[in-house]
Design a binder for this molecule. Structure first.
Ligand SMILES: *Cc1c(COP(=O)(O)O)cnc(C)c1O
Length: 381
């Protein structure tokens, strides 16, 4: 089945009980049991709920896994994935991961005895050199946020397999429409479904997909035991959002490409980070492992201009955290999404105080271009 058809017909696309074409919201905590000591499909909604199962089966299909798991947030999904490990285990983590992941690692998981080494996962040799006797996993994002660094999922998965490590990929930025890490050899893929999968800035949710049966059993156990599950209403909203992923991602990409071309021609733009930039060092790798460039780009404006004025003069493009939604959102990572990273570390990674991240929406691109232009014109100090 083609991916676009899977989006509509994957998971449970019809209610078994009534034939309802839209999966019903099973707003219930518990399920009546027919016999004592039986094994019903559903017992208690933390353990399993039919509406949640529908979205879990859908994402499993889309990532070409065998089992999907839905959580109350991307962060809850990430915490559950890290709960596979025990005190004394070592994990290699990309050095440009989401700020909240960085915070979870540094203020909570290290306190519980997990060890981490942050590595530029674009550098295979550096990753290989960081493997120790107690290393259990490689964890990364690609493209990264906000610098759009690209890591070679297939090569790193091979390295992981060779050393009996789990390969974990946060696939939030690309979405399964443009990148399918399990097909490239990863063991576990996770999402902040609050972004492209939900797609409408109306939902916080997280997802995990795995292929291996034993790993599926472990994640299922942790999901139930830790309990950070997605409720039935939000599960319904998420599967509804996912149905239009293909048309949205195509529109995000078309607009982003046009905005990239506009920014490239404007002399006031001094730097652009965009996976679809043919001049970028990562471009061949992007072409190899992704089927599109996505809708995210970051850029810097001439330091003679004011970032604050530029942002505040925008009329259509909204100043807000988050990304991957139908409306265009803009932010300054140093002050907003990446504010919790110590400044020295942040600057060393290339996230300058002037860096601007744009999540390109699906509005008419002429309106977005006009908005960017008028704000740039008024951004003089
Ligand atoms: C937003 C985000 C997260 C965290 O997800 P929440 O749903 O906000 O908890 C994790 N990884 C990436 C790449 C993100 O963009």
């Amino acid at each position: 089945m083609d991916f676009k058809t899977q989006l509509i017909h994957g998971g449970i696309n019809q209610d078994q009980a009534t034939g309802a074409v839209s999966v019903p919201i099973y707003q219930t905590s518990t399920f009546a049991q027919k016999e004592l000591g039986g094994h019903p499909s559903f017992e208690y909604s933390r353990t399993g709920n039919p509406t949640r199962l529908a979205v879990e089966n859908l994402i499993a299909d889309l990532e070409n896994g065998t089992a999907g798991f839905a959580f109350a947030s991307g962060s809850a999904a990430i915490h559950t994935a890290f709960s596979l490990f025990s005190a004394g285990d070592h994990i290699i983590v990309g050095n440009d991961v989401y700020g909240g992941t960085f915070r979870l690692i540094n203020t909570i998981l290290t306190r519980l005895g997990l060890e981490f080494t942050a590595v530029d996962t674009r550098n295979l040799t550096a990753v290989a050199k960081s493997i120790k006797a107690n290393t259990k996993a490689i964890y990364l994002e690609t493209p990264t946020n906000p610098l759009m660094h690209i890591s070679d999922i297939a090569a790193l998965s091979q390295l992981a397999k060779h050393n009996q490590l789990l390969m974990i990929v946060d696939n939030t930025f690309a979405s399964p429409y443009f990148q399918q890490p399990l097909n490239l050899g990863a063991d576990l893929v996770l999402h902040s479904a609050s972004k492209y999968l939900g797609g409408h800035s109306d939902l916080i949710a997280g997802l995990i997909v795995v292929k291996d049966a034993k790993l599926a059993e472990q994640i299922g156990y942790l999901q139930n035991a830790i309990g950070g599950i997605l409720g039935p209403q939000d599960s319904w909203l998420l599967q509804r959002g996912i149905k239009t992923l293909a048309v949205r991602m195509e529109a995000h990409q078309q607009n982003a490409l046009k905005i990239f071309e506009f920014l490239q021609k404007d002399s006031r733009i001094t730097k652009i980070y965009y996976p679809g930039d043919p001049q970028a060092a990562d471009y061949q790798l992007v072409k190899k492992q992704m089927t599109g460039f996505g809708g995210m780009l970051s850029f810097e404006i001439d330091r003679k201009l004011s970032v604050k004025k530029f942002i505040e003069k925008l009329r259509l493009i909204t100043l807000a955290e988050s990304l991957g939604s139908v409306e265009s959102l803009i932010e300054v990572p140093a002050i907003m999404t990446h504010g919790s990273i110590p400044e020295q570390l942040r600057l060393a990674h290339g996230i300058s105080n002037e860096l601007i991240r744009l999540s390109v929406g699906i509005e008419a691109v002429e309106d977005l271009l006009a908005d960017l232009k008028q704000a740039l014109d008024q951004a003089k100090n």
